[in-house]
Design a protein around this ligand. Sequence first.
Ligand code: OXD
Ligand code: MN
Length: 591
Amino acid sequence: MTDHKKLKAWVKKCAALCRPDKIVWIDGSAAQRARLEKESIAAGEIHRLNRKKLPGCFLHRTAINDVARTEGLTFICTPTKKDAGPTNNWMAPDKAYEKAGDIFRGSMKGRTMYVIPFSMGPVGSPFSKIGIELTDSIYVVLNMLIMTRAGDKVLKQLGTNGEFTKCLHSKADLDINRRLIMHFPQDNTIWSVGSGYGGNVLLGKKCLALRVASYQANQEGWMAEHMLIMGIEEPDGRIQYIAAAFPSACGKTNLAMMLPPKGLKKKGYKIWTVGDDIAWMRVDSDGRLWAINPESGFFGVAPGTNSKTNPNAMATVNRNTIFTNVLLKPDNTIWWEDGDESAPPEGIDWRGVPWKPGMVDDEGKTIKGAHPNSRFTAPAKQCPTISYRLEHHHGVPISAIIFGGRRAHVAPLVYEAFNWEHGVYVGATMASERTAAQFGKQGEVRRDPMAMLPFCGYNMARYFRHWLDMEKKLDKAPKIFHVNWFRQDKDGKFLWPGFGENLRILEWVLDRCNDKAGARKTPIGFVPNPTDIDMTGLKLSNDKMRELLLVDKKEWKQELKGQKEFLSRFEKDLPQGIKRQYLLLKKRLGV
Ligand code: OXD
Ligand code: MN
């Protein structure tokens, strides 16, 4: 097992609190995984899917009230409220340990506690971090085995006194009133209790790789970001990498795995997927920003994923995948809305209830077969476009950073920030319409700086300052862009086809980085002229293109008000650079 005294003492302490019947250390072997799968099937926690059509695949259903991240129950437990900042829920550490401790107490009686040693990032990379998750859920173990590098090799790397994040999880009784997701960045500790939903319980992901890591990154001078990483290879073999931040369920997975559109195919581009959700970035000895994807799997949204929107994801999830909250078909395969097939005549819905297409609830609303936030957990290495550099300890150099949101209006298809400081302002003020990945009213516009609003483990004003400060460390800072694939016309129709066609915009982005493409200067940044984007093989009227690239001063003056209101939440802590950029934008808009 391990000779790490602190680790053993901590496991013992947690066991004394949770009182499991048994403790099992996860070794990462196929044999142990197979045993756990059997046990989990017997307990009714997972269901084995059609072995022929979906080999190695399982279905899991969460509790009905446990289908998305619960931001209202997620806390940053720093010594002072100010350390957590105005955008986080805060609880004093003592109180948080006590409150969650009451729920953890005895919660694992009659259950097994699994000890999962996991590495975020390739095992042994100087940029990786090790965590140990204790959990009473085999579903969590099986997911962690996909999403992280886990098992004995990590313990070996940890040695006898290596640092690790202490992650404690118990389903407890899955009662929403006894559910808490607590982060103690100063203690390098995460406590999650009362939930079984991925984002709340796969503690390496949002909790460690974003909330705790963002705090550590600020201390240590690097960046932990909610970003996909992808490579774009030109026919001469040169690959340039971009990192892009979009709020949850805004298409990061689709973009990271895109196929070049027909019209651009002859240019010979190839896309490489490095990551679809999280980027850890730091300045390397060449003065450039380098990124690793700390994960080894994808935890993607199923509905809307199909052979048109994301053929590579479809090819990834046809084996060794855990599906959560999708519809079960009579042939023991699965289905979700806006997938490849039309609805089956019958099935068992995500709640475990018999389902037929067109069924409505008491209010007359269509009952979905799969939950809108239903997910697949799939090994990254199964993705046909996975980059060989996923396992490289140094990761990939980043040429451009892209921010994006889901905005029906205001934000043009793409624009480039004037400089790093302006780019940080663009990221700090970005906004998006709410999706199914969060509880709350869908469609509502919320400011989501750098797509990190729910994931920043410390005061966001300080996070902005950290972003601004990174420029000083960089000899060659990536250029910063903003995209919006979701702009609509007057009738509410999307103007841009999206998906593979987005490569046309990435091409412009990279051409701008290489001083090869034109643009016009607008008050909000450099915007391409319609002729600056290669539209070969894509029919889109000039009017549509003009509308997509429009910067409407009236709308932007309104937008400026929203930005000001949001930024005012940070009061005196707002860094000078952000204030300056606000004033410059105001001036450029003639306000
Ligand atoms: C995710 C999310 O699951 O952002 O990646 O919610
Ligand atoms: Mn995410």
